[in-house]
Design a protein around this ligand. Structure first.
Ligand code: DQA
Length: 148
């Protein structure tokens, strides 16, 4: 069987990780998080693909492309989490497991962060564990793919 690929998607402002509000999001850069994700995926015999975009339509296009090429999606939609219904709809059209990841715990922050339009189309959400969230997400993906 060929190696299954997990599409890791990062939403707006996540390119600034390491510089952006380190007291909230930590000192790690997006590359540091991707290293964690890659190591965890490799341990499960999975490959990853990654796109970071500050533009909703680019993320929608990447989700459409993943329909043909990827077995699962791990997405940190950034602030799009809270209102981007086009991302919700694109994910609803993806057949494999979707895991929502947040570095911080939005439920413990401002009220406007308490709503996720992605959560209803995700298998589950991992929030508040920093980089470890990407490892936990890959563990969840591997378990869900194994039981599919
Ligand atoms: C975030 C949480 C969102 O509320 C915020 O807009 C982000 C990052 C997180 O990873 O904690 O950009 O998704």
């Amino acid at each position: 069987m060929s190696t299954q690929t997990v599409m890791v998607l990062s939403g707006p402002n996540l390119n600034l990780l390491g510089e952006r509000e380190p007291e909230v999001y930590g000192a790690e850069t997006l590359d540091d998080h991707l290293t964690v994700a890659t190591e965890a995926a490799t341990a499960h015999g999975l490959a990853i693909d990654h796109l970071q975009s500050n533009h909703e339509g680019e993320l929608v296009d990447a989700i459409h492309a993943a329909r043909a090429n990827c077995a699962a999606i791990v997405i940190n939609p950034g602030a799009f989490t809270h209102y981007a219904w086009a991302i919700h709809d694109a994910l609803a059209a993806f057949d494999g497991p979707v895991i929502e990841v947040h570095l911080s715990n939005p439920a413990a922050r401002e009220p406007w962060r308490h709503t996720s339009v992605v959560a209803p189309v995700a298998a589950g959400t991992i929030a508040g564990f920093g980089s470890d969230g990407y490892r936990l997400a890959m563990d969840a993906v591997a378990a869900l793919l194994a039981s599919a």
